[in-house]
Design a binder for this molecule. Structure first.
Ligand code: SF4
Length: 224
């Protein structure tokens, strides 16, 4: 095995061990229903998962299918999700639901090309649906995963908007396990939200610190 493969194997093993004990539980993780997963990803955009939780539960109860959401009044949808902010979200949800009904027979597509046609979806949402609903091995490119891979392996994007960077996506994909990448992507999201946080990452307790470039470089900068 070469160095990159060794590091990848260690990274996967350590992160899986950590996740086994520290996984966060959310209802959208207990479903494989593509519509429910799509809704959760819209609601989680720029929104803390714990904050989105109650809104998600109410939303699915009120609008359990693309057809019910496509028929809904924008005012009512807006009122339901108002508390979690981003007022443009209601229109996106409503328009995307109409597309699902009118263009995709009421079903959420299982391929990137069609997912990207949905109003308000980009690389992140399309990959999240492919991975979490359809079990495809794709990278989830969000601020958490970008930060983790930047710090641990020094992988960086040259684009102004790294979340749209296909090259970065391919580099992160290399580090995904062949099997169970769905759980592994959840592990990355939880790890970024609780350990490798944007401010004050918990490096001293971190199971990945032996691998991490950022940790090594920070240690070098501490005066002796
Ligand atoms: Fe993140 Fe620190 Fe762990 Fe590196 S050692 S992965 S920077 S928490």
């Amino acid at each position: 095995m070469n160095d990159a493969t060794n590091k990848k194997a260690l990274f996967i093993r350590k992160l899986r061990q950590w996740y086994h004990k520290n996984r966060r539980s959310y209802p959208w993780r207990d479903t494989k229903n593509p519509y429910e997963i799509l809704i959760s990803e819209f609601l989680l955009q720029k929104t803390n998962a714990d904050l989105a939780l109650a809104t998600y539960t109410k939303f699915i109860k009120n609008y359990p299918s693309p057809r019910s959401l496509a028929r809904a009044s924008l005012i009512k949808v807006n009122r339901l999700i108002f508390s979690i902010g981003l007022s443009y979200r209601a229109e996106r949800l409503n328009k995307a639901a109409k597309q699902l009904v009118n263009e995709f027979g009421g079903k959420v597509p299982d391929n990137r090309k069609d997912l990207l046609k949905l109003y308000g979806t980009g690389l992140y949402i399309s990959n999240a649906v492919l991975c979490f609903a359809y079990n495809k091995r794709v990278a989830i490119i969000d601020t958490n995963t970008i930060r983790i891979f930047g710090r641990v392996f020094g992988i960086k994007s040259n684009l102004k908007r790294p979340r749209t960077d296909r090259n970065l996506e391919r580099q992160i994909e290399f580090f995904l396990p062949i099997k169970n990448s769905r759980e592994f992507n959840y592990a990355l999201l939880d790890f970024g939200a609780t350990i490798c946080t944007a401010k004050q990452p918990k490096c001293d307790y971190c199971p990945l610190n032996a691998l991490c470039i950022y940790y090594r470089e920070s240690a070098r900068q501490i005066p002796t």
